[in-house]
Design a protein around this ligand. Sequence first.
Ligand code: NAD
Length: 256
Amino acid sequence: MGDLLNGKNVVVMGVANDRSIAWAIAQSLAAQGARLAFTYENERVEGRVRKLAETIPGSLLVPCNVTVDEDIDKLAELLSAEFGVLHGLVHSIAFAKAEDLSGEFVDTSREGFALAHDISAYSLIAVSGRLSKLMTEGGSIMTMTYLGSERVMRNYNVMGVAKAALEASVRYLANDLGPRNIRVNAVSAGPIRTLAAKGISDFNSILKQVEEKAPLRRTTETAEVGDTAMFLISHLSRGITGEVIYVDGGYNFIGA
Ligand code: NAD
């Protein structure tokens, strides 16, 4: 336990279960004294998220499907009423249709492209726009990305293009919000077996490659991502904005 985030209010978007990266981030934030609000996508995950949230005393639970503007408006209203001031926003949300996460990228449908980009990239802009208004004492926004934004990774396909849009959005948002002392960054995590990863065909061979080639010779743990996200939300990272920070055991810089 530490006190880096004592008195700070942080909203965590993207917990689906105890394997979610957002859950590891929430635990790192709570361990430093942050007060948390969790959002969940729909009733399908509500029970699981509620059980997890209950283990962190004083946390709030709010429904928010990021494709629905009214949900984001309601979230902003509720956080304004409960927290008053918001200091941190964790965005750990992505989605693409299963058929767009296998085979060839060239076969991506217009609808599949739009859906992946709406949920995985535009949602960061939508929530940052509304929730940054509550960051009246400055703040920190962080999101989750993956190396598939820069390199062609087999089966990642449309999600790679959505992550490229997400990372560019991080820089544009950082530029817009910087004058209000609100920072925006991304963590690029190595592959981790989560619900979202289940959608990617042949995920096991990706994990195996990392074990063989990453300088640390092992795959990434969610707790490592959680601690880096906590650093980005805390004042320790106060000079950093618009960056993509790799938490991948060094895999990103290894050549063939
Ligand atoms: P996860 O399935 O636990 O989390 C994805 C979350 O997105 C879920 O909570 C889901 O409910 C939410 N979501 C999807 N559509 C939504 C919508 N319309 N409205 C609100 N929420 C919605 O999987 P995860 O691996 O923890 O993924 C979290 C983030 O980390 C994603 O952005 C993912 O791309 C990124 N990431 C994952 C890995 C990995 O290998 N697992 C690596 C790098 C980056």
